[in-house]
Design a protein around this ligand. Structure first.
Ligand code: NDP
Length: 296
């Protein structure tokens, strides 16, 4: 079979952003609340700067207030914690996102734990991690949320599917497993110590790769007819004549598309979903802070 369905993350992200914009308008109209997202960027990491600029633009395009605090790379942990404490108290701020990674003099865990769980739109605070795990609400991390939305564009009901996630990070693999359990999948989490990984991935009806290794998942690791969600973003070495190397995922796309029934491309798959889900989390945070139920 050639020609798995290509899952268009850009298009799905646009739909999510459209729904968010409608919810923002409704919150303003019915409750006089304008959701506000504040991003804190410490230092000059170029990738973070691009990402943060995109977040601000899309936040404003959805009708929300976007604010940004740019702090110098030598900022102390105490100063960052003081800023987070101020933002926790600021009623115009509904979402706080401290862009990771942080410079090495700052303990990321301490900063994440200082953010009010109600405003933790990245979903990294232990209270949110626990709530998502126990099914007691909570804010789920954006990239895993995006993966589930994309999988459901192919199969709206994931119940009973054999899902294999490669990668067990706190920001992708583990929370993704929780979200897929909630969708009634049978979930396996594989990692660098997994024995005979291709054997494990070939069991998957839904295969999700979040490894950070260019094209590691080969076509013959994929079960025929599977849905493949590729979270990886890896830049290859530039080839002669290229200024920058190509971006590829953790899945060998051309091989896998011959076997899978649906697959996300890189770029244009999971990537665009992350910011869209961040905006959705911010609207839901603004709703919860104002005593309203989250929207789907
Ligand atoms: P981490 O480096 O934190 O985790 C990688 C995971 O992959 C680890 O659990 C590791 O296992 C596992 N792993 C590494 N090598 C192998 C191997 N050879 N075989 C099996 N498992 C392996 O990465 P992240 O979760 O942060 O990110 C994963 C990828 O997703 C990256 O490419 C990143 O750029 C991308 N990403 C994309 C986002 C987006 O689209 N918006 C957002 C976040 C990430 P172990 O635990 O045993 O070391």
């Amino acid at each position: 079979m050639s020609g798995a369905q290509i899952i268009d993350g850009k298009q799905v992200a646009q739909q999510v952003r459209g729904r968010v914009a409608e919810e923002v308008a409704a919150l303003k109209r019915d409750h006089g609340v304008t959701p506000g997202l504040t991003v804190v960027l410490v230092g000059e990491n170029p990738a973070s700067q691009v990402y943060v600029r995109n977040k601000s633009r899309q936040t404003e395009a959805a009708g929300m207030v976007s604010t940004m605090h740019k702090l110098p790379a030598e900022t102390s942990e105490a100063d960052l914690l003081a800023l987070v404490a101020d933002l926790n108290e600021d009623p115009s701020v509904h979402g706080i996102l401290v862009q990771l990674p942080l410079p090495e003099q700052i303990d990321e865990t301490r900063v994440i734990e200082a953010i009010s769980p109600a405003k933790d739109v990245d979903g990294f605070h232990p209270e949110n991690v626990g709530r998502v795990a126990t099914g007691a609400g909570g804010i789920a991390p954006c990239t895993p949320l995006g993966c589930v939305i994309l999988a459901k564009t192919v199969q709206p009901d994931l119940t009973g599917m054999e899902a294999v996630i490669v990668g067990r990070s706190n920001i992708v693999g583990k929370p993704l497993a929780q979200l897929l359990l909630k969708e009634n999948c049978t979930v396996t989490i594989a990692h660098s110590r997994t024995r005979d990984l291709p054997e494990v991935t070939r069991r998957a009806d839904l295969l999700l790769a979040a490894v950070g290794r260019a094209e590691m998942v080969r076509g013959d690791w994929v079960k025929p007819g599977a849905t493949v969600i590729d979270v990886g973003i890896n830049r290859l070495e530039p080839q002669p004549g290229e200024e920058k190397g190509r971006l590829v995922g953790d899945v060998a796309f051309e091989e896998a598309r011959e076997v899978a029934s649906a697959i996300t491309p890189v770029p244009g798959g999971v990537g665009p979903m992350t910011i869209a889900c961040l905006l959705a989390n911010t609207v839901n945070a603004a709703r919860a802070i104002n005593g309203l139920e989250p929207v789907a």
